[in-house]
Design a protein around this ligand. Structure first.
Ligand code: MN
Length: 718
């Protein structure tokens, strides 16, 4: 445990104006407040806030943040009150502690929609003062470091998942790379320990094989630069198991194809030297095409600046080289905390607002009708891979990878998104669903007559576009339900010879606890409430059987009390189908929920659903009229689907056992297995696996690829 004077020393080492007395006071206050509370590890509880404060000193945060860290659990877990904290430490600290406390409170509720609400509050809280988030992240980091002490596996898992889905991306978003890496890797070792250890084993193998390789490359690069007049510091850094795993999953490649398991970080004095170093390295070695990135002229959304390049380096090995100044490196490692150091003299509440992504989140927040939508929208945006495109005027628009012209249009302005009818990329007309590439110049063609199309939802990737489209679709759906509901009620009332008046309906409103007649119409139109129930609520005498009336009213009341749920979707989890047509999943490519799909209409057989990359589709290239746009309706996906894999395993004892174990560990079920080829070294297999969706399958594929017993894994296509 860090001792009191050590903590103060650490803070004073980087901030000579630190409020020593206040830190001491907070130390004693928290120590007393937590008394003899214990953590799951058996340590005194106070060790936790102390460690959290310790983590924040590594980021050189101001005294108020350190004090907040010491106090962060006192309001929630001890007798201490906000008023006491305010009295002893002032308004600013009280507000910070309050922000962190609120988040902790919501964190305790772990069901899904609460998590969404949680996240929403988190964004709101930190937009007030980013230090709330910094303390929260340090809190989470310490909790993750001590996660193994928690006994219940389900609890460990849910904390790890939340870390992976929310806190690590947040850390990344504010540029705290080191924090993000550690959070992710700790979560990964809880969520998928086998995958992590097999990757570690393979890294170790590479390391043993290459032995002093890294040091030799560092020396050679350093000499090369020095000879050409650039003084540089160079480090070889191994990537984390999780980042390697992500790459394998995302790029659909095997461990061996993940080149550059080690990145060579080159630090120089100034920007001029950065480009000079790049020139020297590119002159000395072959450049790997497609690997050069200039994040100096176009920084990442979180402020990250660096050059990245790939070369066939010393020893004819593919290596990744990152070149940046020391200042840039400071920001790359500390992110927003690095900015904070420059700003710490002023209590700058606008610090959080400098971040464009946070404004975007707040934007989505205002658009999204329910918290689940919000979580969905933001999670998609969290992944850092971006493409940069240009407007005709030359402005840069940063979008997530996979973004389409519609995303681009919404990123420029929501009115342009709403009315877009076509797009030109680099001067050529392209379909709106086209994936944009880095450097594309995009021109959007608009028409006042256009409104957002529900079909766009199938291909947009930005939260902003999705939220706008959904809102529009929902609004239109509601209008339709409203008209339908009104027509239903008119008919039912007429049948019972009552007049449908606003006055009569207003009475029903209280019973159904609704605030407007339009709401009532919409509920009736969507089938949530029947027309008869409304008549009976307004005129309890309508039904002969008096006993049932009581029940109807009770039912109406319970409806009012009941939480809103999603309307029940029909059985087929596919959007865009022609009603009444039969649906088949093509055996050639076995599409799964999550795959991009199309339908092919075939005479007398209905619609065949194919994965968009299925080779069979070439046969239909000349008959576009048979193609229909389809998308999975994720909310209706419940049953299992069959996926087909082509797998090559080494012909060794235990290989097949390992194969089936890995599939089973990832909850996959082998429903069919056929040996299609066999040599003295390898088996070729076709395996049918039952899975829920493509995410689960991607996990299985990556797990198989991480194993050394398995030579190759591909999804069967055509
Ligand atoms: Mn805590």
């Amino acid at each position: 445990m860090i001792r009191q004077f050590e903590l103060v020393e650490r803070v004073k080492a980087y901030d000579k104006f630190a409020d020593e007395d206040a830190i001491n006071k907070a130390y004693v206050f928290a120590l007393k407040a937590h008394g003899n509370q214990k953590r799951a590890s058996g340590d005194p509880y106070f060790s936790h806030p102390l460690e959290v404060a310790g983590i924040l000193t590594q980021y050189k945060l101001d005294s108020k943040s350190i004090i907040t860290a010491l106090l962060h659990d006192t309001i929630e877990d001890t007798e201490a009150t906000t008023e006491e904290v305010r009295e002893l430490f002032g308004d600013e600290v009280a507000q910070l502690v309050d922000g962190v406390t609120k988040l902790a409170r919501i964190e305790l509720q772990s069901d899904h929609s609460d998590q969404a609400e949680n996240f929403r509050k988190l964004v709101l809280a930190m937009s007030e003062d980013i230090r709330v988030l910094l303390v929260k992240l340090a809190d989470r980091l310490h909790n993750m470091r001590t996660l193994h002490y928690i006994k219940k596996p389900e609890k460990r898992r849910s904390i790890a998942l939340e870390t992976m889905e929310i806190y690590a991306p947040l850390a990344e978003r504010i540029g705290m790379q080191e924090m993000k890496n550690e959070l992710e890797d700790l979560a990964f070792s809880e969520i998928n320990p086998e995958a992590r250890s097999s990757i570690l084993a393979r890294i170790k193998f590479l390391r043993d094989e290459g032995k002093d390789n890294v040091a030799a490359i560092v020396d050679e690069l350093k000499d090369l630069l020095a000879k050409n007049g650039v003084a540089a510091e160079i480090f070889g850094r191994e990537k984390t198991p999780y980042s390697i795993w992500r790459k394998m999953q995302k790029k659909n490649i095997s461990f061996e194809q993940v080149a550059d398991v080690i990145a060579f970080r080159t630090l120089v004095d100034n920007v001029g030297d950065v480009y000079k170093a790049l020139g020297i390295i590119h002159q000395a070695y072959h450049v790997v095409p497609g690997r050069f990135r200039d994040y100096i002229s176009t920084p990442k959304g979180n402020g990250y600046q660096s050059l990245h390049t790939g070369v066939i380096g010393p020893d004819r090995q593919r290596i990744e080289v990152q070149i940046r100044t020391r200042d840039m490196n400071q920001i790359a490692e500390l992110g927003v905390a690095a900015h904070w150091q420059y700003k710490q003299s002023v209590s700058d509440k606008s610090a959080g607002r400098d971040f464009q992504w946070m404004r975007e989140l707040l934007d989505i927040l205002e658009q999204a009708a329910n918290p689940d939508d919000f979580l969905e929208n933001t999670k998609l945006e969290m992944f850092p891979d971006q493409v940069f495109c240009f407007t005709p005027a030359g402005d840069v628009i940063a979008l997530p990878a996979g973004a389409t012209p519609v995303d681009f249009a919404y990123a420029v302005h929501s009115a342009i998104g709403d009315t877009c009818v076509g797009a030109k990329v680099n001067g050529r007309s392209v379909p709106l669903r086209t994936e944009l590439a880095n450097g594309d110049q995009v021109e959007i063609i608009t028409s006042k007559a256009q409104t957002p199309s529900p079909v766009w939802e199938n291909f947009v990737v930005t939260g902003r576009a999705r939220a706008r489209i959904r809102r529009f679709v929902r609004q239109r759906e509601r209008d339709e339900y409203k008209n339908l509901g009104k027509a239903i009620l008119e008919r039912v009332f007429r049948d019972e010879q009552y007049e449908l008046t606003d006055k009569a309906l207003k009475e029903a409103l209280t019973l159904f606890t609704m605030s407007s007649i339009d709401d009532l119409f919409a509920e009736v139109g969507s089938g949530e409430i029947t027309g008869r129930q409304v008549v009976e609520a307004v005129y309890p005498g309508t039904k002969k059987d008096k006993r049932k009336n009581g029940k109807v009213i009770e039912f109406a009341r319970s409806l009012g009390r009941r939480k809103k749920t999603e309307p029940v979707k029909p059985g087929i989890p596919i959007k865009g189908m022609i009603p009444g047509m039969a649906l088949h999943f093509a055996g050639c490519c076995t599409p799964l929920p999550g795959d991009r799909i199309v339908g092919i209409i075939s005479k007398g057989r209905g619609v065949n659903v194919h994965a968009i990359d299925c080779e069979t589709l070439e046969e239909f290239a000349d008959t576009p009229e048979r193609w229909i746009d389809l998308a999975w309706d994720e909310s209706a996906v419940d049953d299992v689907h069959t996926a087909r894999l082509d797998v090559t395993v080494t012909n060794e004892p235990g290989s097949l056992g390992e194969l089936s174990t890995l599939i089973a560990r990832n909850d996959g079920n082998i429903s069919n297995l056929k040996v299609t080829g066999r040599t003295s070294e390898f088996f070729d297999l076709k395996i049918d696996i039952q899975v829920r969706d493509v995410r689960q399958l991607t996990n299985i594929i990556a797990a198989l690829r991480a194993s050394s017993a398995i030579n190759s894994v591909e999804r069967a296509r055509g």
